[in-house]
Design a protein around this ligand. Structure first.
Ligand code: GLY
Ligand code: MN
Ligand code: MN
Length: 356
């Protein structure tokens, strides 16, 4: 895995006009090397691949990053990286401009004297955008863990328990099913709080007559899942049923319309136009979806601002929502992978209106 990804990133050096690439984004480091430790720096040249890390991680790095030479760096890592740049004749060094602080850059300019620093962006992220079978396997497993937790939480949710209790149970269930952590802070937003698209669980008690939006995911082998379901407690009114059915229709229409070659903007429009046709356009204020993998939000987007073109291997969410201040909200989020001919919907949880 490491060797194949290394070759793919090496192929980018020429196009970038650099003779070395310096990786400081921790997700890119993990993706390229397989090293899962919390600290390290990667340097790739046409014939060298180095992973610099500290004393805590040298054995682990050597075990995990087989395609890389592991270097124990000095207390100031830039000193050791500067030595390597000199030893291997790097004169133009690409760095990740979105993942270097001003302070670090100032240090590199000083330490890497004589080396031209060339800003790059999305080099490794673009490779990460297309998932391989191993990555898809981890994502499928993360989704399975999430969906088992969803089934079980339906037996636990009832009026009188707090949103925080629901989130704690969900996270416990995911951990018990093999996830070392959740993918992000669990969202449980009930009643009027459902109008907050990202309403983290609060001390509010669930009440009959309310929607409850659950947005949660597991992390498995570093890969995320991202699921949202909105359920109802008690007896829904016609307005509740109508809102739910519009969001469900938007979700389904999008899943039916996505395929390779479609733009992120056009994908977004499927749901947005439908929601707007029911008069709720202003109540759907976020993008329709985003890519995910090692990170919960990766660059490819379904949104009106997106120029991304869907391609086989991309893993993306589809998450239309309607948020009505003072009343509540509905969001239904599925995860898909783009295939050669269309899409596969990875999430299987029931999305008819569940009434508890
Ligand atoms: N829970 C984060 C998201 O759905 O984007
Ligand atoms: Mn989500
Ligand atoms: Mn999402």
């Amino acid at each position: 895995m490491g060797a194949r990804r290394l070759e793919r990133v090496r192929k980018q050096l020429e196009a970038l006009g650099v003779d070395g690439l310096f990786i400081t984004n921790p997700y890119n480091r993990r993706y390229l090397t397989g090293f899962t430790g919390s600290s390290g720096y990667v340097l790739v040249t046409s014939d060298k691949a180095l992973l610099f890390t500290d004393f805590r991680y040298t054995s682990q790095a050597a075990e995990q990053a087989k395609a890389y030479e592991v270097v124990l760096h000095a207390i100031n890592p830039a000193e050791s990286i500067a030595e390597a740049l000199k030893a291997y004749g790097v004169r133009k060094l690409g760095f990740e401009k979105n993942h270097v602080t001003y302070a670090a850059h100032t240090g590199y300019v000083e330490q890497f004297a004589g080396v031209e620093l060339v800003p790059t962006q999305n080099v490794v992220e673009a490779l990460r955008g297309i998932k391989d079978e191993e990555e898809l396997g981890y994502i499928r497993k993360a989704i399975e863990i999430t969906e088992v937790a969803f089934e079980k939480i339906l037996e636990i949710m009832k009026p009188g328990i707090s949103e925080l209790d629901v989130s704690a149970e969900l996270e416990y269930l995911m951990r018990k099913n093999g996830a070392p952590s959740s993918a992000y802070a669990t969202i449980v937003a009930s009643g009027p709080r459902g109008a907050l698209p990202h309403g983290l669980a609060s001390g509010k008690l669930l009440e009959a007559g309310e929607f409850v939006t659950l947005d949660f995911g597991a992390s498995y082998e570093g890969y995320c899942s991202d699921l949202t379901r909105t359920v109802f407690l008690g007896t829904p009114t016609e307005k509740h049923k109508k809102l739910y059915s519009i969001v469900l229709e938007a979700n389904r229409a999008t899943l039916a319309g996505l395929k390779p070659g479609i733009s992120g903007k056009d994908g977004d429009s499927i749901a947005r136009d439908l929601i707007a046709s029911h008069g709720y356009g202003p109540n759907f204020g976020h993008g329709l979806g985003h890519a995910f993998g090692l990170e919960i939000h990766e660059p490819v987007r379904l949104s009106q601002q997106s120029a991304d073109i869907l391609a086989p291997g991309m893993v993306i969410t589809v998450e239309p929502g309607i948020y009505v201040p003072g009343f509540g909200g509905v969001r239904i989020e599925d995860d898909i992978v783009v295939t050669e001919t269309g899409i596969e919907v990875l999430t299987k949880s029931n999305k008819e209106l569940i009434v508890l």
